[in-house]
Design a protein around this ligand. Structure first.
Ligand code: ATP
Length: 309
């Protein structure tokens, strides 16, 4: 029995690894929606997070086609261990930044560095293991809710899954379902709302606990109250672990407290700074902020925190 169980255990772990990498690939494809064409260099090395995960775009130019550049000589730095927001008008290239960092595509010119290592010289596996993302549209698997969270870390225990769901503010909802964590996602189908899906994706990411975290419109389907509560939980985890995190967001109230806000316009950095600095500058960010504040007033929903400027 002993002799048999060793290879079986080994196979189990290979299987888990395989499932994990399939999941990562699936998330990647979902984010990218096109075929991966980049190739790993023969001498590629595993990413070493020697400086806590600083991300640097150095004079990057990129377009999906030659005729239409999306990023033009873009340079920006996401400091290690900080919460950074990327905002800007629709189509300015925010999600493209994420795709380049994951290396779904290679830059036309310039470099993307993580802790001074060019992403083109890093193994794809180590790159994608180090970065976790809550994408705009979360893939859920035809499996139980518990398993859908477990995909973040196939070796997680039940209590770790519950803890992640609690932090993502979805545990109480799951517990109220007759089959709880055993509820089949496929069966409930339509009954899992967009906001619940997003919180399952956040649970999965918190369970994966990667050194670099990306949230691409991760809370857009939530009501103001739930969104604020979830953001508070996420913020405290990020602070406690000093994780580098990047939030792409349209609703500025979710990111006004970021350590750095980078405003993109037409593939370039239009301005950057803290909320207060950007409001004082009276540029694009301050226009977007006032427009959203007016909007929230008009539809009667709760306004964001009052910030003196
Ligand atoms: P939003 O805020 O609306 O999500 P964004 O700032 O994230 O927008 P991107 O998704 O990065 O913008 O897209 C930037 C530009 O690149 C857009 O004009 C988009 O139409 C174009 N684009 C995005 N993906 C592709 C693709 N796979 N092939 C060709 N063009 C693309």
């Amino acid at each position: 029995v002993f002799q048999l169980s060793v290879p079986l255990n080994f196979l189990g772990s290979v299987y888990r690894e395989l499932r994990q990498s399939l999941l990562d690939m699936e998330t990647l494809f979902n984010l990218q929606k096109v075929n991966v064409s980049v190739k790993e260099l023969p001498d590629a090395r595993a990413l070493q997070l020697t400086h806590g995960g600083q991300i640097k775009f150095d004079n990057v130019t990129f377009g999906y086609s030659k005729e239409r550049p999306i990023l033009r000589n873009l340079s920006l730095t996401i400091p290690a261990g900080k919460k950074v927001a990327i905002v800007g008008p629709s189509g300015c290239g925010k999600s493209t930044l994420l795709r380049l960092l994951f290396r779904y595509y290679d830059v036309e010119s310039g470099r993307i560095l993580i802790d001074d290592q060019d992403v083109r010289h890093i193994t794809l596996e180590s790159l994608r293991k180090s970065i976790g993302v809550v994408p705009q549209d979360t893939p859920l698997f035809n499996d139980t809710v518990g398993h859908n969270i477990r995909y973040g870390d196939m070796s997680a225990s039940e209590s770790q899954i519950i803890a992640a769901a609690q932090r993502a503010r979805i545990h109480d909802i799951i517990s109220s379902w007759p089959s709880g964590y055993e509820t089949k996602v496929g069966e409930r189908g339509m009954m899992i709302s967009g906001g619940e899906k997003q919180r399952l994706a956040v649970s999965r990411l918190l369970l994966k606990d990667p050194p670099l975290l990306f949230f691409d419109e991760a809370t857009s389907a939530l009501d103001t109250h739930t969104e604020q509560a979830l953001m508070q939980n996420i913020n405290s985890i990020l602070r406690e672990k000093a994780r580098t995190s990047v939030f792409v967001a349209h609703r500025l109230r979710t990111i006004y407290d970021a350590d750095l806000i980078i405003v993109l316009r037409e593939g370039r950095v239009a301005e950057q700074g803290t909320h207060k600095e950007l409001i004082d500058q009276g540029g694009l960010y301050s226009e977007l902020w006032s427009a959203q504040e007016t909007l929230f007033d008009a539809d009667g929903s709760a306004k964001g925190p009052v910030i003196s400027s």
